[in-house]
Ligand binder design. Structure first.
Ligand code: IDP
Ligand code: MG
Length: 159
């Protein structure tokens, strides 16, 4: 069971919220078999934006990125499942929607690098998922429960 409990941080960005894509995006992860363990509709302040995107501080697009991510509400989530971080990134697509395959979230809903609809923890950045979860959620905001469908998603999960 333990290999089914990897957690990853996902966030519908302000463009995704404004375009009414929260439900569609949540549905995709639900349908994949992932388990929602946390969700928060919120506005990101300047300090959180700097913490979250700290790795990009020196990039020319940083100021615009902070301005964009603080410009309207976001929907932050934590999803759990086997290999969750890598699997979610595959569902999200490439950073640039124009380079993202149809069927991915960015490939289906975006056309512009600066407005790419969704954030997800980078599976190639060790510990990014846990770091980002800690940044956005208190421990008591993550809900511990069993998902009854798990036995149908995972062959080795018990009914
Ligand atoms: P990721 O979101 O796919 O992990 P990162 O390289 O971590 O991509 O960049 C973080 C975010 O910064 C991207 O999702 C995108 O919104 C923005 N971004 C990245 N590169 C550029 C750029 O060259 N111009 C404008 N915005 C960018
Ligand atoms: Mg990234």
């Amino acid at each position: 069971m333990s290999h089914h409990d990897e957690r990853t941080f996902v966030m519908v960005k302000p463009d995704g919220v404004q375009r009414g894509l929260i439900g569609e995006i949540v549905s995709r992860f639900e349908e994949r078999g992932l388990k929602l363990v946390g969700g928060k509709f919120m506005r990101i302040d300047e300090a959180l934006a700097h913490d979250h995107y700290g790795e990009h501080e020196d990039k020319p697009f940083f100021d615009g990125l902070v301005e964009f991510i603080t410009s309207g509400p976001v929907f932050a989530m934590v999803w759990e499942g086997a290999d969750a971080t890598r699997q979610v990134r595959a569902m999200v697509g490439e950073t640039d929607p124009a380079e993202s395959a149809p069927g991915t979230i960015r490939g289906d809903f975006g056309l512009d690098l600066g407005h790419n609809v969704i954030h997800a923890s980078d599976h190639e950045d060790e510990g990014a998922n846990e770091r980002e979860i800690d940044l956005f959620f208190d421990e008591d905001e993550l809900v511990d429960y069993g998902l009854d469908t798990a036995a149908w998603v995972y062959e080795d999960e018990q009914h």
